[in-house]
Design a protein around this ligand. Structure first.
Ligand code: SD4
Length: 320
């Protein structure tokens, strides 16, 4: 058995690209890095890699992490500027015994010393989004944090090794130096090849409070299916936050266990995920939370898939 699961429909092309290699015995590590790079390189996804939306000073700061569930090699970069593929830098850092998590200038110095591709990650399109958001905020008092799309993936290869990875530009209009859950082990991602793995997307400040990816893996260790573990982790955290803080931010998660069973849950209506296994071609599902805390997974239609890309690639008007 082998497989991969990822947050959001935007992971589809990356997963399709690496699937043939996984099929013939490729490693989960190569699959995760390869698929996330594909998402990072695609300019129309606004919250990952090239084309990711900038912070309030109009600088793109990227977070990424890589965790090997067999060796527990872990690497992460936080607030990395001007490098094309943060996931590859995170993976490279995971090979060391210490200095596995680097931030800002330290992360960039490592990336430069190891000859990772330097690139101006701020696109003209992202500048228009920035400009328009400023106008919206002036007019409608919009919260700068509306909208999110981090890519997180869990992979299982034919040898039984599992790897998880994340990559994000974080929250649009964040403060310089702000870091969410995505690069933090246990929060943005967690994987243990003997149990399974999970990864999260949503409001990092809230996801971290539940160390939600670790929690899902812990629940799977207790015997819950990936689907039940995702549902319980999301509803427990959302309820806990609401009870004492009055509200819970967006919480969306996916998980796969060591047998290739998978699950996904969310407390919002528009979450989608991509999954492939040895018995299922790359497929996109939309997640619909039910009133009893369970989820309905709806197969995404061709029309929905096309509309998703069209929406992200449509010409942008500069607001006056
Ligand atoms: C963060 N969790 O930085 C990330 C944002 C996100 O989809 O998920 N975007 O808080």
């Amino acid at each position: 058995m082998w497989g991969m699961i990822a947050t959001w429909r935007m992971a589809l092309e990356g997963i399709q690209k690496v699937t043939p290699n996984l099929e013939v015995g490729g490693t989960a590590g190569d699959a995760i890095e390869g698929a996330i790079k594909e998402v990072e390189d695609f300019p129309y996804f606004k919250s990952v890699g090239y084309g990711g939306l900038p912070n309030e000073e109009m600088e793109v700061e990227l977070d990424a992490a890589y965790l090997d569930g067999s060796t527990f090699d872990f690497g992460a970069v936080c607030a990395l500027k001007q490098f094309a593929n943060p996931i590859s830098v995170a993976r490279a850092l995971s090979a060391y015994k210490v200095n596995n998590v680097l931030v800002g200038d330290g992360a960039a110095a490592f990336a430069k010393a190891h000859h990772f591709e330097e690139k101006d990650m701020l696109t003209d399109r992202a500048k228009i989004h920035f400009h328009n958001r400023l106008k919206d905020i002036e007019r409608e008092q919009l919260t700068p944090y509306a909208g999110h799309d981090t890519v997180g993936m869990v992979g299982l290869d034919a040898s039984g090794d599992m790897v998880a990875g994340t990559s994000t530009s974080g929250l649009f209009m964040k403060k310089p130096g702000r870091v969410g859950d995505s690069p933090f082990i246990g929060s943005g991602l967690y994987v243990d090849s003997t149990i399974g793995g999970a990864t999260a997307t949503g409001l990092g400040e809230d996801l971290m409070k539940g160390v939600i990816s670790y929690e899902i893996v812990r629940l799977m260790k207790e015997g819950l299916s990936p689907q039940k573990a995702c549902e319980k982790a999301v509803s427990d955290l959302a309820e806990r936050l609401k009870r004492t803080r009055g509200e819970a931010g967006d919480i969306s998660v996916v998980a796969m266990n060591a047998k290739g069973d998978f699950g996904a849950a969310s407390n919002i209506e528009n979450f989608s995920f991509v999954v492939v296994t040895s018995t299922l071609a790359p497929t996109v599902f939309r997640v619909h939370p039910q009133s009893d805390g369970t989820m309905r997974h709806e197969l995404a239609t061709k029309e929905w898939l096309e509309a998703y890309l069209e929406e992200r690639m449509k010409p942008l008007e500069v607001k006056e």
